[in-house]
Design a protein. Structure first.
Length: 77
């Protein structure tokens, strides 16, 4: 379970790298990534409330990665 907990969010790293290298985020939807950020925050709160470590770890990582992508969208759009 912990492998999937870590592996899932790491799938966003190629997108982060691509934006950084190409210095372009024009093709990305800000609304989609903001939605992902909000949903990760809700799931993180749920995981904390229920003391569910895999949910906490996964959504904490997604929260960070979504925030990075959103920042890149603002910088490179």
């Amino acid at each position: 379970m912990y492998t999937a907990t870590i592996a899932g969010p790491l799938t966003a790293i190629p997108q982060i790298w691509k934006i950084y290298v190409l210095k372009s985020a024009h093709e990305l939807s800000l609304l989609m990534w903001l939605s992902g950020l909000g949903l990760s925050a809700i799931w993180l709160a749920h995981g904390i409330r229920n003391n569910d470590r895999p949910i906490i770890i996964t959504n904490f990582l997604w929260l960070i990665l979504n925030a990075i992508i959103i920042a890149e969208i603002f910088v490179y759009s």
